[in-house]
Design a protein around this ligand. Structure first.
Ligand SMILES: Cc1cc2nc3c(=O)[nH]c(=O)nc-3n(C[C@H](O)[C@H](O)[C@H](O)COP(=O)(O)O)c2cc1C
Length: 245
């Protein structure tokens, strides 16, 4: 394993940060690394909002269900999938923007995620810690209003960055047998992999919480995919112009 691979394998989300704010120069360097990510057809459908205003940070922390690190981290970035710029360019060339294509929605969302992960790796390479904040989609319209997002732009997730004030254990991942298929989908390997992973995660949660949290991956998945998740997203996206044709 080289240094980059070691860095990737040492990732863990950080949710407690030292209070100092990250400088603009550092944030700009990190976002430049994000912009360097591959992007579908050079669409570059990501816009990053660096939220510096303390009141807006507090509001976003509340909108994200009361996650204090949104306000406390050294920096908070909102990654938006953005077709607004491409529309302007298309129309400036006399074209007609074809609104509502599911494929365009996918391109923009993937672009935002790839750029963000580049920012994450760049940040972690300097010793910073990060935590993605998908909970911005709890109330996405309020987030869009707060940040003045135009139509064809939606907040995919936020990202807390800062100097870590905790040193959590790396969270185990699924056994690779269930994740990496050779020539075919690794279906047969899945039941045993899940069983083994449930054991590993049960032990991980016990260690992490001093025995307070009794859970395992399958139980967490029951909570996650065993009920509706943010059912407002479909109408919110349609309202923004992502009508999924
Ligand atoms: C798109 C995305 C959204 C996330 N949203 C949140 C969030 O709102 N709050 C939070 O505390 N962690 C959030 N996380 C962090 C995940 O819980 C975390 O990455 C996962 O449990 C694996 O743990 P690790 O990052 O420590 O390896 C999010 C991660 C991703 C990729």
């Amino acid at each position: 394993m080289n240094d980059v691979q070691q860095l990737l394998l040492s990732h863990r989300s950080i949710r407690r940060f030292e209070p100092e704010a990250l400088g603009d120069d550092l944030v700009q360097d990190l976002v430049r690394c994000g912009q360097a990510a591959a992007t579908s057809s050079n669409l570059q459908a990501v816009t990053v909002i660096h939220v510096k205003d303390a009141a807006k940070r507090e509001r976003l922390a509340a909108l994200a269900g009361g996650q204090p690190y949104v306000a406390e981290a050294g920096a908070f970035l909102v990654f938006c999938a953005d077709l607004h710029r491409a529309r302007l360019a298309c129309e400036a060339e006399g074209g007609t923007f074809c609104e509502g294509m599911t494929e365009h929605f996918l391109l923009a969302t993937v672009d935002a995620a790839l750029a963000a992960q580049n920012v994450v790796v760049a940040a972690e390479s300097t010793g910073l810690g990060v935590c993605y904040i998908g909970a911005l989609r709890n109330q996405p319209q309020a987030v869009a209003d707060l940040l003045d997002l135009p139509r064809l732009v939606y907040p995919v997730f936020g990202l807390c960055l800062g100097r870590p004030a905790q040193d959590p254990e790396v969270k185990p991942r699924l056994p690779q047998a269930a994740v990496l298929g050779v020539d075919t989908y690794p279906g047969d390997a899945i039941p045993e992999a899940i069983r083994a992973y449930d054991e590993a995660m049960r032990a991980y949660y016990r260690r992490r919480t001093g025995g307070a949290k009794e859970s395992w991956w399958s139980l967490e998945m029951k909570g996650l995919v065993g009920k509706e998740a943010r059912p407002h997203m479909r109408s919110f996206l349609a309202e923004r112009g992502f009508t999924m044709k």
